[in-house]
Design a protein around this ligand. Sequence first.
Ligand code: F6P
Length: 321
Amino acid sequence: MIHKIGVLTSGGDAPGMNCAIRAVVRAGLRYGLEVYGVVNGYKGLVEGQIIKMDRSSVSDIVNRGGTILQTARLREFKDESVRQIAVNNLKKLGIEALVVIGGDGSYMGAKKLTEMGINCVGLPGTIDNDIASTDYTIGFDTCQNTIVECVDKIRDTTESHQRCAIIEVMGNHCGDLALFTGLAEGAEMIITPDHPIPEEDIIAQLKKLHDADKKRAVVIISEKIYQDIHAFAAKIQEETGFETKAEVLGRIQRGGSPSAFDRVLAARMGAYAVDCLLDGKGGICIGMVNNKIVAYDIYEALQLPRDKHASMLRLIDILNA
Ligand code: F6P
């Protein structure tokens, strides 16, 4: 039987992380555990930034974006000697198990800590939706709604000026944010790592639209495909005659109050993570598959092929082209 657990957030923040923290803290307290918050992710774990949490520590945070525990990325956590410092800090306080809320990079740290004697459970907290062991990550839904809100506004001015808008969205190396928001917007073109389009074809298609007197065009493109999206927009303008503006949405996509979907997802996953720790499980990550909350071994989860949403990719050609 465990008595003390910790919770941390790691990697890029995501709306809904606070709801997950709240669920872990409230469920832990409900089962009679002492619950500690680690400030600043693995970095804070190594530096010993650990605070005791009570019910009021997580009051009024369900609607807040970001993470009250703050977050960081710590490459050095790959080194066993660095992780040993973290383990020692946990042991000093008698913390026996940990919930790690973050992306797949954070999962590996959680698995390694488990192998060093601290049972860890990972929760998928990232806007990118790039974790194969869950249908949705915490933060993805809010982020796609934020993007849609922004693109709706860009559409207005794009139409008024009869321009082409090239809108770059986040996702790291995963195209889900571009695909889902591109379909939601009926974008003229959607370009993602799973749906790449050669540069000459993009230009040819936009020229065709412009020549056919199309009044405006919206192109949604995943980040990390073009190094300089502004230079690409200038090239499109030069070669098609379509006045083209690039918009990089940037970190506005990561902030904001979490959607109802993300709040509920985070609550379900956070409470389940505590159940797993109470059952003595570790080295696992939580997902939602077909609306059921499930757990996978972290190594297995990281090997799973990601769903590339073939049926949705097909819709691009049917509905948007
Ligand atoms: O992983 C989340 C994410 O927002 C990615 O979509 C993006 O590539 C990255 O983080 C940006 O991170 P940072 O804010 O640290 O530059």
